[in-house]
Design a protein around this ligand. Structure first.
Ligand SMILES: C[S@@+](CC[C@H](N)C(=O)[O-])C[C@H]1O[C@@H](n2cnc3c(N)ncnc32)[C@H](O)[C@@H]1O
Length: 234
């Protein structure tokens, strides 16, 4: 099977809620954005398709976890005695190989080819990449990388968002948070407490923080009125 056969451009489930949240956050025409954790590029594709003026930097090392990685360590201990549980789809991501990541990198490049003038893929970690990005320069940052590092990533990328811009991400309150393997929820909650802001949640564990104390969200009713109006016209 060739890389072209593996390209999928339909939205991931969480992408729908990300785009819905951006609409409700009145984010209509972002120009500079970052995605931390690109994988096969499906979310990036849909963001670029939705926002015609968006220039996106996609950051991902496309590297298998090191053995000392906390999830891997947990997995090794936990699954040693439970080999059948290891096969469950919820756990499969923990055991990705380097070949899998190399293939994902090729798929991401092919997926994003139609937007090659508006996407830069940086093959590096979130924290290394952040040193190349100026503070308060981004309209939008979406964090979906290594969730065990959320305590570092969340404040780091918040600093890169412009006043009035949006920091958002995936996997807030996922069961991994409660089990203590990830730390998205505690990190986002701490940021909000420190900055006097609030988090807004959407389905599929999608979270949003707007870097402004005066931001007004478009409420569900307003959003559904727009949808209903559009439907009637159709
Ligand atoms: C869940 S996937 C991202 C999915 C993608 N956002 C989407 O919705 O289509 C997580 C990605 O984070 C990447 N990742 C892992 N550690 C990272 C780090 N330190 N910095 C940036 N990305 C990282 C992994 O290689 C993996 O491709």
């Amino acid at each position: 099977m060739s890389i072209a056969d593996l390209v999928e451009r339909h939205p991931e489930k969480h992408t729908r809620f990300l785009l819905r949240g951006l609409r409700r956050a009145r984010c209509r025409n972002p120009k500079k954005g970052i995605e931390v954790g690109v994988s096969r590029g499906r979310n990036a594709y849909n963001m670029l398709e939705s926002f015609p003026n968006l220039h996106l930097i996609g950051i991902d090392p496309w590297e298998a976890f090191e053995p000392e990685h906390v999830s891997r360590k947990f997995a090794a201990d936990f699954f040693e005695a439970r080999p059948r549980v290891r096969q469950h789809r919820v756990f499969r991501h923990i055991f990705k190989t380097q070949e899998y990541h190399e293939q994902n990198y090729e798929i991401a490049k092919a997926t994003l080819e139609p937007f090659s003038d508006r996407i830069d893929l940086w093959r590096t970690t979130s924290q290394q990449a952040s040193t190349q990005i100026g503070d308060e320069t981004q309209d939008l940052v979406f964090i979906d990388g290594d969730h065990t590092q959320a305590n570092i990533d969340v404040p780091l990328w918040f600093a890169k968002v412009k006043r009035g811009g949006i920091l958002c991400g995936h996997d807030y309150g996922n069961w991994h948070d409660w089990a203590g393997h990830w730390n998205v929820k505690p990190s986002v909650d701490k940021l909000c407490k420190d900055e006097g802001l609030s988090v807004r949640l959407f389905r599929c564990h999608v979270w949003f923080v707007v870097k402004s104390t005066t931001h007004e969200w478009l409420e569900e009713d307003d959003a559904s009125t727009i949808t209903r109006t559009r439907r009637r016209r159709d």
